[in-house]
Design a protein around this ligand. Structure first.
Ligand code: ADP
Ligand code: MG
Length: 353
C-alpha cells in the first residue's frame, strides 16, 4: 500500500491531471506533474512539477525516482520512454500501447470477445476505396494515432467523398469504420485493483456534438439501460486481459444488435466527471485508491442522478451566471485562452427528489 504522505507522479498536466491532483490531495498525497508545456492547468494544484519532453527517457527516469507511484492522464505518450518507470507505472504500458493505436485497439477488443463496428486498417487511397466497397457507406476514417475530441476523423457519405476524406485526415495510416446507426452512446467506467477487485459506476448516457462530448446524464435512459449488463462484462474482460490497474473507460454505442464498443481510454474520462458530486467516490479518488492499493470506495450514486455539461471554448464566458446558479457545481480548469474546441470547464447538476 502506498500511504498518504507519498508522492504520486502524473504524466500530463491537463484538466484530468488537475482533478486527479485535487483528489489525491484530499487523501493526503502530494502530486508531481510531468508535462512539456510552460504552464499546465494541473500545476496550480500540485506540489511538484517537471517540464520536459515526453520522449526524454532521462527526464522520465529522474521523475520516476522522485515519486512513489506514477500514472498518466492521456494516451499519446511514447511507451518506450515510459518503460523507464517500470513497476511504478499504473496502469502499465500495455494499457497505453493498446489504446493509443486504433487498429491495435480494435483487434484487441475483438480478441476480448467484444463487438466493434466492422472496420479495416487503411494506409492508401486504394485501401480506402476497397474499404468502402467491403464495408459500405457511410463510414468514418480515423487516424490510427493522436486523434481526440473528433480530431483526425473524416466521414465518407458518398463515393465522391473518398478522395477528400482521405486528404482531410492527412493521408495518415487510419482505420475505416462503418457508421453505426446507434440509438444512444454510453460509457462503462470501472476501476480495477492489482488483485482483480473492481467497481463500476452507473453508466452515463453521453451526447456528442461534432465528435466532442457535450453532456453526460446519469441514470441512463431505457434505451441504454438494458445494454449495460453486457457492456460491463465486455469492459471487465478488457480490463482483465490488459491487467489494468486504475480507472478504465469503455465508450459504447447502444445499437439494435446490442452494445458496440467505440473506443477505450485507459484512464479517467470526461464522461465520468459527474462522479465528483454525483457518486459517493469520484473516478479521480478511486483511481488514486486503486493505484495506491487503498480499499475501494463506494461507487453508488450520492443522489438520484446527475447531469454534466462541458464548457467548451466560449461557453466559459457565461461563468458568472453559472456560478450564480445554486443548482450547479461549477468547475473551471484555469486554462487561459478559450480556443473554440478547448474544454475549459464543466458543470454538474445533481438531481435530488
Ligand atoms: P475520439 O477519440 O475523438 O473521442 P471517437 O472514435 O470516440 O473519437 O469518435 C467521436 C464521436 O464520433 C463518437 O463519440 C461518436 O459520436 C462519433 N462516431 C465515431 N465513430 C462512429 C461510428 N463508427 N459510427 C457513428 N458515430 C461515430
Ligand atoms: Mg471518444
Amino acid at each position: 500500500m502506498i500511504e498518504p504522505g507519498a508522492t504520486i507522479g502524473i504524466i500530463g498536466g491537463g484538466q484530468l491531471g488537475r482533478m486527479l491532483s485535487i483528489a489525491a490531495a484530499r487523501l493526503g498525497y502530494k502530486t508531481h506533474i510531468y508535462d512539456p508545456h510552460e504552464a499546465s492547468c494541473a500545476d496550480d494544484v500540485a506540489a511538484y512539477r517537471t517540464r520536459a519532453a515526453f520522449e526524454s527517457v532521462e527526464a522520465i527516469r529522474r521523475f520516476g525516482e522522485s515519486v512513489d507511484v506514477a500514472t498518466y492522464e492521456f494516451e499519446n505518450l511514447p511507451s518506450q520512454a515510459l518503460q523507464a518507470l517500470g513497476e511504478k507505472l499504473r496502469p502499465g504500458v500495455r494499457s497505453l500501447e493498446i489504446a493509443q493505436d486504433r487498429a491495435t485497439e480494435k483487434q484487441f477488443i475483438e480478441q476480448c470477445q467484444a463487438r466493434v463496428a466492422p472496420w479495416r486498417a487503411v494506409s492508401s487511397l486504394e485501401d480506402v476505396e476497397a474499404a468502402v466497397a467491403e464495408l459500405g457507406l457511410p463510414l468514418v476514417l480515423k487516424t490510427r494515432r493522436y486523434g481526440y475530441d473528433g480530431k483526425g476523423q473524416a466521414w465518407i457519405r458518398s463515393e465522391d467523398e473518398i478522395g477528400s476524406g482521405w486528404k482531410a485526415i492527412g493521408e495518415e495510416p487510419a482505420v475505416a469504420e462503418r457508421g453505426v446507426a446507434f440509438a444512444a452512446e454510453f460509457s462503462v467506467i470501472l476501476a480495477r485493483w492489482a488483485d482483480g477487485r473492481h467497481a463500476f459506476w452507473h453508466s452515463p448516457e453521453n451526447a456528442h456534438v461534432e465528435g466532442i462530448l457535450r453532456r453526460s446524464t446519469v441514470p441512463c435512459s431505457h434505451v441504454v439501460g438494458p445494454q449495460v449488463g453486457d457492456a460491463r462484462k465486455a469492459a471487465l474482460r478488457i480490463a482483465e486481459t490488459l491487467g489494468h490497474v486504475g480507472v478504465l473507460t469503455v465508450e459504447f454505442f447502444a445499437s439494435r444488435e446490442g452494445p458496440v464498443v467505440n473506443e477505450i481510454a485507459p484512464r479517467v474520462h470526461n464522461s465520468g466527471h459527474w462522479t465528483i458530486e454525483g457518486a459517493v467516490t469520484s473516478q479521480f479518488e478511486q483511481h488514486i485508491r486503486a493505484i495506491c492499493d487503498l480499499p475501494p470506495g463506494s461507487t453508488e450514486l450520492s443522489a438520484r442522478g446527475a447531469v454534466m455539461n462541458n464548457l467548451i471554448g466560449p461557453d466559459i464566458e457565461s461563468w458568472v451566471q453559472l456560478v450564480a446558479d445554486p443548482s450547479l457545481h461549477v468547475h473551471i480548469y484555469g486554462k487561459g485562452e478559450a480556443r473554440p474546441d478547448r474544454k475549459m470547464g464543466h458543470t454538474t447538476r445533481v438531481t435530488r427528489a
